[in-house]
Design a protein around this ligand. Structure first.
Ligand code: NIG
Ligand code: FE
Length: 412
């Protein structure tokens, strides 16, 4: 009998997403299997099929899913996991009606986290981030994108990316590191273009040369980087072999999502203020829209991404946690659940957005984000009878079993 490391059997409903990323999500295309089982060897799925077949075909450690629902592990395509300090008093300020933009313009917000991050040691940054990473993993996140962006200078940004790299070695989570041009330093006020050039010629070049990041990203918005500066940084990254993604249209509309379409980025994120007509540009260029429901709540602002227009245009929608000191919830599970309420996604759309579509947003959908032979063995068995419980129940940890990169990290 062939050997497997793990056999999971008696899965009541397995959502495989074996057809890959979906712009139009339907039950017919989600690759649903009833009474299913999977076998895992050397970190990848080696069989996906009927419970009885898989169970008796492979020898290996057996996990009984007790008739529950299972899905690919959650892929979180947008986090600011590495930082220091906290901003709970800004939370109170926002509740009293002071806007995020105002706090940022006063030198708080991101600038405040930059001060805290710069004065922390590598070990402090690593130990804080690794505690949160463990929490993410126990809640079903098996792949996580991690941005820099809280140092703004050469040494500090590189240090953040080195922390991200170390994180990937601590847990069986796949970490995708991103160099983020977050805001121009205060001393560059009025000379933002100079900073964008400096950032491109020095930071982007060094990070690309040392392969410290997969992605380059820019916070493109009023109060951060304009379209022209964003273009300089993104084009530099693309030229030097990085892939690119963008924070766009979150606080205001200055044309950032259009730029994302023009440059055919892998993903454009936030989009709370994107005009609906831009959806067609994104669809035509194959750009994933990564929406961040918990971050929308943290902004305390009624703006919402144009989900209906995105859907109608056939844009692939992903969801992320956007964990950061302004939005202190690290759980992709929560982002997925409440995307039903905040964005109006259906439970199945939410699940696709948090797994296979999120993998597309990170351009790893050829090996991650689906339950399929040869794919990275990331699997969650949920304390839910079927996918329709996504959003319907939320606010507690619903993972029963978490398998990441072929290793059981919870349950079993
Ligand atoms: O994705 N929008 C910019 N960046 C973060 C917020 C970072 C912060 O406030 O520290 C975001 O929401
Ligand atoms: Fe962000």
């Amino acid at each position: 009998m062939p050997r497997a490391d793990i056999v999971v059997y008696n899965i009541g409903e397995l959502v495989t997403f074996s057809e890959g990323p979906l712009a139009r999500v339907s039950v017919e295309r989600a690759g649903l299997l009833r009474d299913a089982g999977v076998a895992i060897r050397d970190g990848v799925f080696v069989a996906v099929g009927r419970s009885g077949d898989v169970r008796f075909r492979f020898e290996g450690f057996q996990v009984n899913a007790e008739g529950l629902m299972a899905s690919p592990g959650l892929v979180d395509p947008h986090t600011h996991l590495v930082f220091s300090g906290s901003r709970e008093d800004e939370f109170e300020l926002k509740l009293s009606g002071v806007s995020y933009s105002e706090i940022l313009a006063r030198g708080g917000g991101i600038y405040r986290t930059v001060r805290a991050t710069r004065s922390s040691s590598f070990e402090e940054l690593l130990s804080r981030a690794s505690r949160i990473l463990r929490l993410m993993l126990e809640h079903g996140t098996t792949v996580v994108e991690v941005k820099s962006g809280y140092s703004l200078d050469l040494e500090g940004e590189i240090r953040m990316l080195e922390v991200a790299r170390r994180l990937g070695g601590l847990e069986p989570v796949l970490v995708i590191p991103t160099l983020l041009a977050h805001v121009p330093p205060l001393e560059y006020r009025g000379r933002e273009l100079d900073y964008a050039r400096w950032f491109s010629e020095n930071l982007v070049a060094e990070v690309a040369r040392r392969k410290l990041a997969v992605y380059v990203d820019v916070f493109c918005d009023r109060g951060a980087f304009g379209v022209e500066e964003s273009r300089i940084i993104l084009e530099a990254g693309l030229r030097m072999g990085l892939r690119a993604r963008l924070h766009a249209d979150q606080l205001s509309y200055i044309g950032c999502s259009k730029l994302a379409g023009e440059l055919q980025l892998d993903s454009v994120d936030h989009l709370e203020r994107m005009p609906g007509e831009n959806a067609r540009i994104l669809a035509g260029r194959g750009v994933v829209a990564t929406l961040l429901p918990t971050s929308i709540l943290a902004m305390m602002d009624p703006a919402r991404p144009p989900v209906k227009a995105l859907r109608e245009a056939g844009v692939t929608i992903a969801v992320g946690s956007d964990y950061n000191p302004n939005n202190m919830t690290p759980l992709q599970q929560t982002a997925m659940d409440i995307s039903t309420y905040i964005l109006g996604l259906t439970p199945l759309e939410a699940l696709a957005a948090a797994t296979v579509n999120a993998a597309k947003s990170l351009n790893i959908h050829d090996r991650v984000g689906a339950v399929k032979e040869g794919y990275r063995a990331d699997l969650v068995v949920w304390d839910m009878e079927n996918y329709k419980w996504i959003g319907y129940t939320w606010g507690y940890n619903k993972t029963r079993v978490v398998i990441a990169g072929g290793r059981i990290v919870k349950g079993g």
